[in-house]
Design a binder for this molecule. Structure first.
Ligand code: PEP
Ligand code: MN
Length: 337
């Protein structure tokens, strides 16, 4: 249930409503929009008398939120969520690009790629230290050592870091180094991890599971939001279909659909969405045209030697060209890069 306050409602009005909700054994989540405050009522509120709230001072209306995701819904928070980070504002007018290799391999590789993506205008560097690999015999990432390399490169180049965390017990460690904690597709429904990230409070990039619906993605986001951590970005990274030519099928529909359903920023991952470097540019442009708030793109100085996802990684020159081409697309849809 949400309680929409009147435009001229006072702080005291809001407080009185919040106090009443707490008296009933429920919790509140406040959404302070540009025009009005909306109070989310969290908990089993089926027995709550709506009219009682409707009669309170400053209340405009009381509504049941129909979708099962509440805090993530546009009903609860009509204004876009904006996450400020390293001089950029994710979810605002600017389309934010995150780029870097699939995995942190060594210091030389990371410095080379950080230099290249920074030159191309990027402010957020990606690179996995903990890698979820299909085979236990594949490169699993450098772990803590990888995080240390990321921290060095962050300091040297002034880039923010997005990196994956795979287990709830690793959240404190990864959060020491990361500016954005990535939840991989395979962990989208690792609820213990989602709870830990909610409690931690740092920005989260939540990737859509390869076989998950948009509603399931939003329910996973809800876990994080329910702790009061609203700094969540959703990431479309392709879903599994019957088509074997590409690694995944990038679901372009997900972008405008999510933008309508939720206030959270939507990021597109054309690298995992296609699995083929030569498709990445076209799908990146399509994602920006469809309304994505950002892109996360794999870039490797020597893709043929990459320890993971070389086939879908762009060389720095190709990436730099794409960044220029994306400007025109962003402009065409009223955004900037
Ligand atoms: C990645 O970002 O390198 C990754 C493993 O992504 P996903 O979880 O989407 O497969
Ligand atoms: Mn990858």
């Amino acid at each position: 249930m949400i309680i929409v306050m009147k435009m001229n409602a006072t702080e005291t009005d809001v407080q009185r409503v919040a106090d009443r909700i707490i008296e009933l054994g429920l919790r509140t989540h406040l959404s302070q929009g540009e025009e009005r405050t909306i109070i989310g009522v969290i908990g089993d509120n089926r027995p709550v008398n709506r009219e009682m709230f409707e009669r309170m001072e400053g209340v405009e209306k009381v509504m049941r939120v129909l979708p099962p995701f509440k805090l993530a819904s546009r009903d609860f928070k009509p204004d876009d969520t904006v996450i400020p980070l390293n001089g950029t504002r994710i979810g605002d007018r600017q389309v934010v690009v995150m780029a870097g290799p699939c995995a942190v391999e060594d210091r030389v590789q990371m410095r080379e790629v950080a230099h290249a993506v920074k030159e191309a205008g990027v402010k957020i560097l990606r690179g996995g230290a903990f890698k979820p690999r299909t085979s236990p015999y594949s490169f699993q990432g450098l772990g803590r050592k990888g995080l240390e390399i990321l921290a060095e490169v962050r300091d040297e180049f002034g880039l923010a870091i997005v990196t994956e965390v795979m287990a709830p017990e690793d959240v404190p460690l990864v959060a020491e180094y990361a500016d954005i904690l990535q939840v991989g597709a395979r962990n989208m429904q690792n609820y213990a991890l989602l709870h830990a990230l909610g409690a931690n409070g740092k920005p989260v990039l939540l990737k859509r599971g390869m076989m998950s619906t948009l509603q399931e993605l939003l329910m996973s986001a809800e876990y994080i939001l329910s702790h009061g951590n609203y700094q969540v970005m959703l990431c479309e990274r392709g879903i599994r279909t019957f088509e074997p030519y590409t690694r995944n099928t990038f679901d372009i529909n997900a972008i405008p659909a999510l933008k309508g359903l939720t206030h959270l920023p939507v990021i597109a991952d054309p690298s995992h969405g296609t699995g083929k470097w030569d498709l990445v540019a076209a799908v990146s442009k399509a994602a920006v045209a469809a309304g994505a708030d950002g892109l996360i793109i794999e870039v490797h100085p020597h893709p043929s030697r990459a320890l993971s996802d070389g086939a879908q990684s762009l060389k720095p020159e190709t990436f730099a060209r794409l960044m220029v081409e994306l400007q025109a697309v962003a402009q065409a849809v009223g955004r900037e890069l």
